[in-house]
Write a protein that binds this ligand. Structure first.
Ligand SMILES: C[S@@+](CC[C@H](N)C(=O)[O-])C[C@H]1O[C@@H](n2cnc3c(N)ncnc32)[C@H](O)[C@@H]1O
Length: 360
């Protein structure tokens, strides 16, 4: 049962499957998940030299040496410290700090090219064209030949592309839930941008591969796609070593409606999660704004209350002066002999208070 696929667990270890699931990233995007399919390539032809374009953390690079390659040239223009440390552990892995396709001509001709760098028409078309013309017997593996890059360019930023090579682009990202970009989609957060419009000519990774195949059709190329992890393409010249066997053995994956359905479900769920995250952040921002408004209103209430207290005291004082005056007017003899000085003061204060009040 389930030969080689360790998902079953046991009565004594009922959590084996989900323990493995917990180790996966929320959105699986690395070619490291494709070890089984790379093994088919290595089993059917000699792969000595690999050029890996777009390396990121380097988690795939050593898979090629484990499967039999003796040299892997790892091309990435933005190598992180983590990548440098990972590659330094294996002397067969060589970091090439530069942009593809420009660096391809500086490297040894490879048996396997893995293209997962800049995901746009201009770069991928130039990469495939260079390989078809300079290493026509190589196996070429691509990531991102399905949604979201199949028919929409992605540009790693800062992009060296200019003019017609770069469509109008946006920091917003695609989502499964509608056709336009949205800030609640797969956004690059400064690392990359997306072409605003999808489709049309010279747009997207799959369009680039299809055009290169058409332009070199006399050589006869086979292109198959495993519909998982954003679409993994395998491109071989019909006459290259092991081509038929490789494509035949990949067929259970490339023809699986089940895999395609699971991928559709995965990207739908993930972009729903992104949308919910976006909405949660927007609600938190609203709550922060409301809290600021409430604090400002509380300060205003405190100020008004202090003003009110002051006025109540003033009214009390006025009332007391009035009572004294009324008493003096009603019965001048009932009060102590007039102290003309303090009476004049009193009257002066009362008159001033009335004038102040009238002015307000
Ligand atoms: C999707 S990640 C690669 C993931 C990796 N292949 C994996 O499967 O784990 C894309 C990488 O391509 C790099 N990149 C961007 N533009 C490139 C270019 N023109 N040439 C080579 N690499 C590029 C980026 O720096 C990033 O590390």
């Amino acid at each position: 049962m389930n030969q080689g696929v360790d998902v079953v667990g046991s009565r004594d270890d009922p959590h084996a499957q989900i323990r493995a699931a917990r180790t996966l990233p929320t959105m699986l995007h690395s070619l490291s998940a494709l070890r089984e399919q790379f093994a088919i390539v290595f089993a059917n032809r000699k792969i000595d030299t690999v050029v890996e374009v777009g390396v990121e953390s380097g988690q795939v690079s050593s898979i090629y040496t484990e499967l039999g390659a003796s040299a892997v040239h790892c091309v990435d223009p933005f190598p992180s410290d983590e990548l440098r440390a990972t590659l330094a552990k294996n002397p067969a892995l060589h970091l090439v700090e530069g942009h593809s396709p420009a660096v391809l001509a500086e490297l040894p001709i490879a048996d396997l090219y893995v293209l997962d760098g800049d995901h746009n028409y201009a770069v991928v078309h130039a990469e495939v064209t260079w390989i078809m013309e300079n290493a026509p017997d190589a196996v070429v593996v691509f990531n991102d030949v399905l949604w979201p890059c199949a028919r929409r360019d992605l540009y790693y930023e800062p992009s060296p592309l200019t003019g017609d090579d770069k469509h109008e682009s946006s920091a917003d990202g695609p989502t499964v839930w509608h056709d336009e970009l949205t800030p609640a989609g797969l956004v690059g957060l400064g690392a990359f941008t997306w072409a605003v419009k999808a489709g049309g000519e010279r747009n997207g990774v799959l369009t680039a591969v299809e055009d290169a195949v058409t332009e070199h059709s006399s050589a006869g190329w086979l292109l198959e796609i495993v519909p998982a992890v954003f679409g993994i393409g395998f491109l071989l010249r019909k006459t290259s070593p092991g081509a038929k066997k490789i494509m035949d053995q990949l067929r259970p994956f490339t023809s699986s409606k089940l895999i395609a359905t699971l991928e559709g479900n995965r990207i739908a769920l993930y972009t729903r999660v992104l949308q919910m995250q976006f909405e949660a952040v927007a609600h938190a921002d609203d709550a922060d704004r409301l809290a600021e408004q409430i604090t400002a209103q509380r300060h205003e209430i405190e100020r008004l209350r202090a003003d009110l207290d002051r006025r109540v005291t003033e009214v009390g004082e006025l009332r007391r002066s009035n009572q004294l005056l009324e008493q003096q007017l009603r019965d001048p003899l009932s009060v102590a002999p007039p102290d003309l000085g303090s009476a004049v003061n009193h009257l002066g204060r009362a008159a001033a208070a009335r004038i102040r009040k009238a002015r307000r």
